[in-house]
Design a protein around this ligand. Structure first.
Ligand code: SAH
Ligand code: SF4
Length: 420
């Protein structure tokens, strides 16, 4: 039913608790032989132009112009690139495309949250969520189709199929959101640096102001693509979003955390969710591989963390599992013990069909927050958004990839055995 898979999409083995091996990949043309430019760094675009026959200087110049049109203007058609010679435009269109993920469905929640079901060129579905607030708008971006990690409270972890998204598919989500929100600068690019139009290119008044890598998937299991995409998003000549407005959330892939800080440099959020080995082993199974102490030490060592740029600890509130006063006190103790510049985000558990947990009561959440707050650590309770369209944290899952309860139980048993 789907077009032949692109050869650059690495499907991961499931089940089995192996770290996916990063696969270096080069550009893979589409079925019609054309290459998608979205996701490629500017020097790579220049190389491709040179390989297609332009001399080195012309290739660099064209790459600079095209890059600008792609990321500053959001054009999807070479014909719109008015400072490129008319005869050159069909030459580009014959060899290259400007891709976007396909939109399969777009939904709007009663609270204004929007969710898009997207599809890759080789037919895999994944989701993206936009959460508007009074003073900001946050785009929740996916890094994988599904997730190999199977946290017990997370809907995405129950998906059958997992594949890394390419850098183009990651940055493509942000571009698609800008398309939908109508947030590309208008007007012609001629004289971009001097005309008044260029002055309007700021984040002021924008709907989309922040990005969180908190959609489907574990971003640090798809490090290279996520890094390359975020670099395009942060590039002043690209999407030009400040690294201070970008947060990457990891379930605790300890060996990649230092590189995340050094090579990407965005804010870090860590899905801690429990303070004892028993409970964290159960709900965040990667804990069996990288335990709480190791994880918190990696947080203490995270490059760039400071009181001005604190690490966020995400803590999902599960009734009678991780929500006692003793848990709250232990959380405080750990944060102080490792001297972490931290804030805690308390996330009321978002239910999904067949989930094995319930959300803590509001009184319990309030008391837990109080204990953390009284110890001098900021501990806001995250308001669930978009629950009615299953767009809230941990509810993302594409219908095509459903697993049965029996399959899930078998999977958990296999993981247990594999992790010893
Ligand atoms: N894989 C990454 C990022 C995606 S999940 C990670 O785990 O950090 C984004 C956040 O939502 C994580 O903190 C995750 O633990 C949390 N989450 C998952 N399922 C949830 C649920 N059902 N209710 C509330 N939060 C959930
Ligand atoms: Fe994967 Fe994060 Fe969900 Fe765990 S919480 S299964 S790491 S997406």
């Amino acid at each position: 039913m789907f077009p032949a898979p692109m050869s650059d999409t690495n499907l991961m083995p499931i089940p089995g608790h192996v770290d996916p091996v990063p696969v270096p990949r080069d550009v893979t043309p589409r079925a019609d032989g054309r290459v998608d430019l979205i996701g490629l760094p500017r020097p790579r675009i220049a190389e491709l132009f040179a390989e297609a026959g332009l001399d080195a200087k012309a290739a660099r110049l064209r790459a600079k112009q095209v890059f600008h049109w792609l990321y500053h203007r959001g054009v999807t058609d070479f014909e719109a690139m008015t400072d490129i010679a008319k005869t050159m435009r069909p030459w580009l269109a014959e060899r290259f495309v400007i891709g976007r993920p396909d939109v399969v469905e777009a939904q709007v929640s009663t609270d204004g949250t929007r969710k898009w079901l997207l599809r890759t060129a080789d037919g895999h579905d994944f989701e993206m969520v936009f959460i508007p607030d009074a003073d900001r708008g946050t785009l929740c971006v996916s890094s994988q189709v599904g997730c190999t990690l199977n946290c017990r409270f997370c809907h995405t972890g129950t998906m059958r199929l997992v594949r890394n998204l390419t850098a183009g598919e990651v940055v493509g989500q942000v571009m698609l959101a800008r398309d939908s929100l109508g947030e590309w600068p208008k007007g012609s690019m001629a004289g971009l640096d001097t005309d008044e139009d260029s002055g309007s290119y700021t984040s002021d008044g924008r709907l989309l102001t922040n990005i969180v890598m908190m959609g489907m998937g574990e971003p640090l299991y798809n490090f290279d693509n996520v890094r390359d995409a975020l670099k395009l998003i942060m590039d002043g000549d690209g999407l030009a979003l400040s690294k201070r407005r970008i947060t990457l959330s990891t379930s605790g892939v300890v060996p990649m955390m230092e590189r995340c800080g050094e090579e990407i440099g965005v804010n870090l959020a860590v899905s801690l969710h429990a303070v004892t080995k028993d409970v964290r082993d159960e709900i965040v199974p990667i804990n069996k591989k990288y335990g709480i102490e190791e994880l918190l030490q990696a947080c203490a060592d995270y490059p760039g963390a400071s009181n001005a740029r604190r690490i966020t600890f995400e803590y999902v509130m599960l009734k009678d599992r991780n929500d006692s006063d003793a848990d709250a006190r232990e959380l405080v103790r750990l944060i102080k013990h490792y001297k972490l510049p931290a804030k805690v985000n308390l996330i009321p558990f978002n239910p999904w069909p067949g989930a094995p947990y319930e959300c803590s009561t509001p009184e319990r959440i309030r008391r837990f927050a109080e204990i953390v707050f009284e110890a001098g650590i900021s501990a806001p309770v995250r308001t669930p958004r978009g629950r009615d369209i299953l767009a809230a944290c941990g509810q993302l899952k594409t219908a095509a990839e459903k697993r049965s309860r029996a399959e899930l139980d078998r999977l958990y048993a296999e993981k247990e055995a594999a992790l010893g």
